[in-house]
Design a protein around this ligand. Structure first.
Ligand code: SF4
Length: 431
């Protein structure tokens, strides 16, 4: 936390001007939280705008909130807290807008079983989050004998009718973003990166990775105007991919599809066949402690259902979880933005059971990494959701006082061990 006014670490031992410039580590902490949240909101608003949707309230909030992060503009901690929670509200609004933009453009997702691995022949793998770029590439590759694969956060594309109608969208290759350098090394065709999260490419595949839209990397060809002929040429001139099937993954559980099962779900809960719901997901990363999420999902008892979203799903989705009376035990609602679907499902269940979301047999085990995850966390706090378990560690930008405040107000908890957390959740009244 660097103060650009006194040019020292704000509030730290080197901050000789504290009291003069008024910098305070708690205000700095909330300003940082707000800034990270705004970056996440901006990402979703950007995608929605590309699809023709915008919201004047969100735009106005972005301006106000960024203005509020200026030096010496406000020394009232409570006002910053209000702004941080308002950012959560705005993120809910922007996730709804993006959800509507996606569904009105590509149709409502429905559950899909997606082959993994590769098929024999030329192929292109697409990663990032931009479904519009994927559709443009699918249009431009149609009839050219090129297979298109999703990677990372593109997996949910297979749920959308207007994307899966392209027969050459053949499957998913690889896992989450942090495994790119190994996985892209193995993929012999071109790679198209549409957004974050891109890793600096290895030399071994630098000549066949392309960026477009917001993504970029020095020394890598950047595609402008969604004109993908260079990617197509590279696919046709690269060594063909081998026939290498590796199984299947499921996705496409948009809230409209899950709410179609609402009657069955309520019946199963009332009959004691479903004991608890867990949301396990969020942004993934390379930190070793993230194995926690895999272990947690493995230990979830058979009479519980797991919801997931974002690239954290790859920590848990390789297993077959089966079903409970036809209700899948693993429900992948989609990309990180599709946490909106998870929120809609939770709110609908609360309404059906005549209780608040915090009274449902539902626990949230959230992995965070970058700014979109911060925006989503703020949305959950804005909705008053308590007892969120957050990992692999708590955000370093939270000062001790701000963290205490969040613990007191929302009972946010750091993850401990999968065994202990699961036991606490299933055995204690305060989940
Ligand atoms: S879910 Fe988060 S960490 Fe994962 S690819 Fe998307 S933005 Fe990156």
């Amino acid at each position: 936390m660097f103060c650009y006014q006194c040019e020292q670490t704000a509030g730290g031992t080197g901050c000789t001007k504290r009291g003069v410039c008024g910098k305070d580590e708690d205000i700095q902490s909330l300003q940082d939280t707000l800034t990270f949240g705004l970056k996440g909101i901006a990402a979703y608003a950007y995608h929605a705008r590309e699809l023709g949707q915008r919201d004047e309230h969100v735009d106005a909030f972005m301006h106000e909130a960024l203005f509020a992060t200026l030096t010496n503009v406000d020394f009232d901690l409570n006002r910053y807290l209000e702004l941080v929670l308002k950012a959560g509200e705005m993120n809910l609004r922007v996730m709804e807008m993006l959800n509507n933009a996606h569904t009105s453009t590509f149709g409502n997702p429905t559950p899909a079983t997606v082959p993994t691995g590769t098929k024999a022949g030329p192929g292109i793998v697409v990663t990032g989050h931009d479904l519009l770029d994927l559709r443009e590439l699918l249009k431009q590759t149609e009839g050219k004998g090129i297979n298109v694969y999703t990677h990372g956060e593109m997996l949910p594309a297979h749920g959308y009718p207007e994307l899966r109608r392209f027969k050459h969208l053949v499957g998913n290759f690889g896992t989450a973003w942090q495994n790119q350098r190994k996985e892209f090394d193995e993929f012999t065709g071109p790679i198209l990166v549409t957004t974050n999260c891109i890793m600096i490419p290895k030399d071994s595949y630098k000549d066949r990775i392309f960026t477009c839209g917001i993504a970029g990397c020095a020394g890598v060809t950047h595609i402008k105007g969604k004109e993908f002929s260079a990617v197509i040429e590279k696919a046709l001139s690269s060594p063909p991919l081998p026939e290498n099937p590796q199984g299947t993954l499921s996705t496409g559980f948009h809230y409209t599809a899950v709410l179609g099962l609402a009657g069955k779900i309520i019946e199963a809960v009332k009959a004691g066949k479903i004991r608890h719901f867990f949301f396990i997901g969020g942004c993934d990363g390379a930190k070793p402690g993230r194995n926690y999420f895999t272990e947690f999902a493995e230990k979830v008892p058979d009479d519980c259902v797991i919801l997931t979203a974002a690239c954290g799903k790859y920590r848990i989705n390789a297993r077959d979880y089966g079903d409970i009376d036809g209700i899948p035990r693993l429900i992948d609602t989609g990309q990180c933005n599709d946490c909106y679907s998870a929120v809609k499902i939770a709110l609908a269940l609360a309404e059906a059971f005549g209780c608040g979301v915090n009274d449902l047999p539902l626990s949230l085990i959230v992995s965070w990494y970058e700014q979109k995850a911060v925006a989503i966390l703020l949305t959950l706090l804005h909705l008053g959701i308590r007892n969120i378990r957050l990992g692999p560690s708590l955000p370093a930008f939270l000062s001790p006082n701000v963290l205490n405040l969040l613990v007191e107000k929302f009972a946010i908890k750091p993850i401990t061990t999968a065994e202990k957390d699961l036991e606490d959740i299933l055995n204690s009244p305060a989940k």
